[in-house]
Each structure stands twice: as structure tokens, then as C-alpha cells.
Design a protein around this ligand. Structure first.
Ligand code: URA
Length: 490
């Protein structure tokens, strides 16, 4: 990888063109050249695609011919090149595969799509099947990179941590996926200085700028530091013996990655102890046995690394609750929104501002409460530049529930106020109707009281009389909570 100049040498070898890719993952470059070649009516068997250090195909080994000439330039009125959305989506990934024939395959398919725009729909077609295989294998490799990169703190010369804390991770991808996944790590570890070192090139982030450098070796990456302890206790806490399937685990987490993962050394022991632990769990009638992190700081660290459900890959970061550690009142919303995701704090966007108004109006001081959400990541769909909120599904709420329980165990509130149906589901473990549940506190298993009301964003969506009516109910619910807090404090 590295900042290689886009040296494009297009030659005709006899009747063939040779296109030299500047880097093995440059899909945009391939697309531009492929479009021009198709517009000039150059059939697939007259083009060789060569990546740096590679041969592309047998014909390309002949080397540039003395009759070298530039790629043909299409006429200004050449017909546009047709490619289905599905092809483009798969091709973007397939281009990152390590198969040296991938660019030729993609060009052949693009060529075929010009005369048969529905060619991608034929599932039995060998080209379609191969492109799907490449796409799948690249997606899998990216998933492994997201899941198995482990940062270790880089020590200075005397063994002390470097000023400014720099973290580095070693990873061995199967395909050319490193640059394509840089933005994932940039979003997830936005405020850290980090490097991901790989045998095919490295990426470095300093909190502002992404840099690239050439290949590294395993020995360039640090090994062993306090971050490992955090990973180990996190991994031990999420390891669920009742769900252990060794075969599936090995296929999901091949041994190749184990050496980079501090928690991997615990796997044999965890597997060995799994049966006994499972029996213990069943005996204790527990659905899941996890050791909860005891302090809010430990919960925050663990949540930041949680990948228990797909939403974890959606937003910028996990948004932890905030507020007084021993607060008598815990306020639980649904999930962070756009503003919360950007700022990393709960209820700071429009719904948060409305909530603040009603808290003030009913005499509840937000600074005395602990404010959090049922789900810790922002779930959305991108529409143009806007990120549109998507409600979490029941299974996502249930997966994230464990974190809310960890926060409750650390804060020990006496009153919990659920804003909306998602929060109520998380706290009660079942779906309830707000209109039926509001106004009557329910006892939670730790002895705290649960009060349920509407979500402030529901009020924001209403207008006129409907909004006035719901706002009055909301205010009444908050007033009741305030009275109860006064009673409990007396
Ligand atoms: N909506 C929520 O439920 N929580 C937030 O933090 C913001 C909006």
C-alpha cells in the first residue's frame, strides 16, 4: 500500500491492452478505465488488468510491447455504460479480493451487462457466482478485522507509555481490505492515536488525519499491556457457556487470529470450564451468567467495545449514560440520536432539550439524576446527508439490556423513569402500552420503582390539541415522579 503514484501504463500487446492498477484496492481507477474501454468497444479478451507486483494474467507477463500506445479514448457521444446497482455493490467489494483475476472477471461481467442488463440475476451463472463468492469472502475478512483488531499501548524507549498515548494493533488480512476499513476504525476510535499494522500496509490515525505507510512485520507491533486486562475481563464476562459451540466458534474466530487477541489465551480454559458453568447456571435457574463490571467507568469501557449486535457498527460510538453515581432517579430513554451520537452524551439533541424543559418545570434537577438509554448505539439509515433514526428492534433492546442492568447495579437508583416503549421493554423484559403502564409504578427486582411515561420525541412529532394533551400527561407523570422522590427522601 502506501502513497504510490498512479502509474498507469496502458499498452496494446499485439491486439491486447494492459491496464496497470496503481494499488490493488483501487476500485475507482478500475471503474474509470473499464468504462472507457467498454465505450471503445474493447472486448474482455483484449484487456489484461495488472496490479502492483502482480501479473494479472498470463498475457500480461509478456511485458509492455514496443508498440505501446495509450488506452483508446471514447468519443464524446459514446453511449453510457450500464451497470446494475447490485453489480456495483458486489464489484466494489470483490475488487478488494486477493484473487489476481478479479479485475478481469469484473470487466467481463460489466461487458456482458451491456447486452444483457439482467445478467446478474442468473444465480447459476459462473461469473455471477464467482463475484458473489469474492464479495462474501471480502465481507467476512472485513468483519474479522472489525472484530479481532486489538490495540495495545505503544511503550516509549524506556518502557514508559509514549506521551499522548499511542495504540497499535497487528492484523493479517486475507484480502486488500485495510484502506477500505480505515473509516470504521476512525469512527470507532475517533479520539485515540492509533496504528493498524499489517503485512500489506499500515494505517495511522492521530485524531485528525489518516496516514498510510508501507508493510509492517508482526515484531513492529507491541505486545502485552494493560489494555489486555480490560479485554480479558470483558471477554470472560461476555463468554456464555450455554451458547458454546466449539465448531462454530472456530469458524467465526479462526485460530490464525488468536495470537493477536489477549482473550484468546483464555479460550481453552473457558471451554473446559463451560460445561461445569452451564450446569451451574441451569441449577441456579439463570439465563445468563456474566460478571457485571462494578463501576460506571468499567461499564463505560466495556460498552465502548461491545459488539454484541449489528447496531454497534452503525453509529460513531457507544453513548454511555451520565450523571450522579448514587442518583436516586435514573431516567432511561430509547437510544442516542444524531446529536447524542456526535457528542457522545445522552439527551443533548431536540428530545433532550424538551426533556430538560419539563424536568425544570416539574422541579427535577437533571444534575441530580442519572440519564441513560436502553440501547447504547444510534441506529439509523443514511438519506443523502441526513441520518434518519430507526427504532431498535426488540432483540436489539434485549441484547443491550445487560448494559442498562450494569448501570442500574452501579448507580442503585430508587426510582427509574422509562421514557417510551423501548425503555419500558428494556426494564420490564416485555412490551407494554404506555397508556396502560403510566401513572402506576411497578416494582423492579432490585426493589427500585419503575415509572413509565411517553418519550419526549413523541411529543415533538405531535401538533395542536394532540400535542397539548400528551404534554399535559407527560408533565403529570414527571410531577408524580418528583413527589415520589420527595417522599422517599423524607
Ligand atoms: N432519544 C433518546 O431516547 N435518547 C437520547 O439520548 C436522545 C434521544
Amino acid at each position: 500500500m502506501g502513497a504510490q503514484k498512479a502509474s498507469v501504463q496502458n499498452a496494446s500487446l499485439g491486439s491486447r491492452y494492459v491496464v496497470h492498477l496503481p494499488t490493488p484496492d483501487d476500485f475507482a481507477f478500475w471503474r474509470e478505465r473499464a468504462r472507457a474501454l467498454i465505450q471503445c468497444d474493447v472486448p474482455p479478451d483484449r484487456v489484461s488488468w495488472v496490479e502492483p507486483g502482480g501479473t494479472g494474467d498470463l498475457f500480461a507477463q509478456e511485458g509492455p510491447s514496443s508498440r505501446e500506445k495509450r488506452l483508446p479514448v471514447p468519443d464524446a457521444d459514446a453511449p453510457p455504460v450500464r451497470a446494475s446497482k447490485r453489480f456495483m455493490k458486489l464489484a466494489r467489494n470483490a475488487a478488494l479480493h486477493s484473487d489476481p483475476e478479479r479485475f478481469g472477471l469484473l470487466y467481463r461481467m460489466l461487458w456482458r451487462l451491456q447486452s444483457n442488463p439482467r445478467a446478474m440475476e442468473d444465480k447459476a451463472d459462473p461469473d455471477v457466482r464467482r463475484i458473489e463468492e469474492l464479495d462474501k469472502s471480502v465481507r467476512r475478512d472485513s468483519h474479522k478485522m472489525h472484530a479481532f483488531v486489538r490495540f495495545r499501548e505503544v511503550a516509549g524507549e524506556d518502557g514508559a507509555a509514549e506521551a499522548g498515548e499511542h495504540y497499535a494493533a497487528w492484523f493479517e488480512p486475507d484480502h486488500h481490505i485495510v484502506r477500505a476499513n480505515a473509516s470504521f476504525f476512525m469512527r470507532r476510535f475517533a479520539n485515540m492515536n492509533w496504528s493498524i499494522l499489517t503485512p500489506c500496509g499500515c494505517i495511522h490515525w492521530d485524531g485528525k488525519v489518516m496516514r498510510e505507510s508501507g508493510p509492517a512485520q508482526r515484531s513492529d507491533a507491541p505486545s502485552g499491556d494493560p489494555v489486555e486486562d480490560l479485554w480479558k475481563s470483558y471477554y470472560a464476562s461476555i463468554f456464555n457457556p450455554a451458547r458454546l459451540k466449539v465448531g462454530a466458534m472456530l469458524s467465526e474466530m479462526p485460530k490464525k487470529y488468536w495470537k493477536n487477541m489477549p482473550e484468546a489465551e483464555m479460550i481453552p480454559d473457558l471451554i473446559a470450564g463451560a460445561q461445569a458453568r452451564e450446569a451451574g447456571m441451569v441449577a441456579a435457574g439463570m439465563r445468563e451468567e456474566r460478571q457485571q463490571p462494578g463501576t460506571l467507568t468499567a461499564v463505560a469501557d466495556a460498552i465502548a467495545n461491545c459488539r454484541d449486535c449489528p447496531i454497534a457498527d452503525c453509529g460513531t460510538r457507544a453513548v454511555m449514560g451520565e450523571g450522579a453515581p448514587g442518583a436516586a432517579l435514573m431516567i432511561v430513554g430509547e437510544q442516542p440520536g444524531d446529536q447524542e451520537d456526535m457528542q457522545g452524551r445522552p439527551f443533548v439533541g431536540p428530545a433532550g432539550q424538551l426533556l430538560d424543559q419539563y424536568l425544570t418545570r416539574t422541579g427535577i434537577d437533571r444534575a441530580d439524576a442519572y440519564v441513560t438509554n436502553a440501547v447504547k448505539h444510534f441506529k439509523y439509515v443514511q438519506r443523502g446527508k441526513r441520518r434518519i433514526h430507526q427504532s431498535p428492534q426488540a432483540k436489539e433492546i434485549d441484547t443491550c439490556r445487560w448494559w442498562l442492568e450494569a448501570e442500574r447495579a452501579a448507580v442503585k437508583p430508587r426510582v427509574v423513569l422509562a421514557l417510551g416503549a423501548s425503555a419500558a421493554r428494556s426494564l420490564l423484559g416485555k412490551t407494554v402500552s404506555i397508556s396502560k403502564a403510566r401513572g402506576k409504578p411497578a416494582m423492579l427486582e432490585d426493589g427500585s420503582e419503575l415509572w413509565v411515561t411517553a418519550h419526549p420525541s413523541y411529543l415533538l412529532r405531535l401538533e395542536g390539541d394532540a400535542r397539548e394533551k400528551q404534554a399535559a400527561l407527560f408533565e403529570a407523570d414527571l410531577t408524580a415522579v418528583k413527589s415520589r422522590l420527595l417522599e422517599l427522601a423524607a
